[in-house]
Design a protein around this ligand. Structure first.
Ligand SMILES: Nc1nc2c(ncn2[C@@H]2O[C@H](COP(=O)(O)OP(=O)(O)OP(=O)(O)O)[C@@H](O)[C@H]2O)c(=O)[nH]1
Ligand SMILES: [Mg+2]
Length: 294
């Protein structure tokens, strides 16, 4: 929570200055609109928040600008609430989780952290190194496997779909609770690479008819409004079940989650608040709204 607050402080400060005046008037709403847009909230979510806030101000007969901030926090928490959903493990054995995203979003690191999170809940995990483009990618996942003392399925120069198939088969045979599939970074505009992800998904289903059970998109919290475009494109291609939003400890503005909630509400299972193994948190709409407006 402290790391999240520190990361989002800039946004909080710029929104807070909106409420330092003496009157709730058009100038205040205009300043707030600017501050929300600057925080990557996007046009639609900003409009929604302003309308909702005006309604709350009227309902509560609020007249002090200083009191508006708490109403905005309520409005934001309500907007974000549909994104709050826990990752459920145990309905299938193994639960197969495929992880995708653009280059450098934090996929491999998030898988490393998620492995720790799951181990703490008593789940056994198998990692699949389906980022077969670079030897370094396999090695990086291998380091996370060692840190967590879990097994990894990887194959030199292998085909990503074949590695995923082997890993899911091994996960079944070894009775693992979870198989986490790491994939190479790609842009949604690289259509052949998006097709490769669809192939991984199809081939995984051949190893286990109900898999993958989860398809996660990892997005870098600093991406701004482009994050929404990523969610749309990967969701259209893969039917996402959840998001991991990383790097919220840095210079991320945070408002993009409001834009996602407004326009493509895919649940946010986890947020990344640092590079270390323990720096993964479950997403709470209320906490996030409070951190953003702290
Ligand atoms: N500060 C911070 N850094 C993070 C976080 N998550 C990941 N990183 C860093 O972001 C960089 C990229 O992370 P990776 O996990 O390699 O990203 P990736 O999506 O697997 O990258 P590719 O496989 O190359 O597409 C690394 O330096 C990570 O340490 C986070 O929550 N906070
Ligand atoms: Mg990676």
């Amino acid at each position: 929570m402290e790391r999240l607050k520190a990361g989002l402080r800039k946004t909080g400060t710029s929104i807070a200055t909106v409420f330092t005046g003496t009157q709730i008037n058009d100038a205040l709403y205009e300043e707030l609109e600017d501050a929300l847009l600057m925080a990557d909230t996007g046009v639609k979510a900003t409009q929604h928040l302003l309308d909702d806030l005006k309604r709350r101000i009227k309902e509560t007969k609020t007249t002090e600008p200083a009191a508006v901030k708490a109403l905005l926090a309520d409005a934001l928490a309500d907007l974000l609430r549909p994104l709050e959903k826990p990752l459920v493990i145990g309905e299938h054995t193994p639960t197969v989780i495929m992880v995708a995203g653009v280059n450098g979003a934090g996929k491999t690191t998030s898988i490393g952290k998620l492995t720790r999170h799951l181990a703490e809940e008593g789940q056994t995990v198998l990692l699949a190194a389906a980022d077969t483009f670079r030897a370094a990618a396999r090695e990086q996942l291998g380091v996370w496997a060692n840190r967590n003392t879990v097994e990894i399925v990887s194959q030199e120069g292998g085909d990503p779909a074949a590695v995923s198939f082997d890993a899911v088969s091994a996960g079944k045979a070894r009775k693992k609770d979870v198989v986490l599939v790491d994939t190479a970074g790609r842009l949604p505009t690289q259509l052949h690479l998006m097709e490769e992800l669809r192939k991984i998904k199809r081939v995984v289903a051949k190893a286990d008819g109900s898999a993958p059970h989860e398809v996660l998109l990892v997005i870098d919290g600093n991406t701004g409004q482009n994050a929404l475009a990523q969610v749309r494109a990967f969701d259209d291609a893969l039917q996402l079940t959840g998001l991991v939003v990383t790097k919220l400890d840095g210079t991320a503005k945070g408002g993009v989650l409001a834009a996602i909630a407004q326009e493509r509400p895919v649940p946010v299972y986890f947020i990344g608040v640092g590079e270390k193994i323990e720096d993964l948190e479950t997403f709470s709409a209320r906490e996030f709204a409070q951190a953003l407006l702290a």
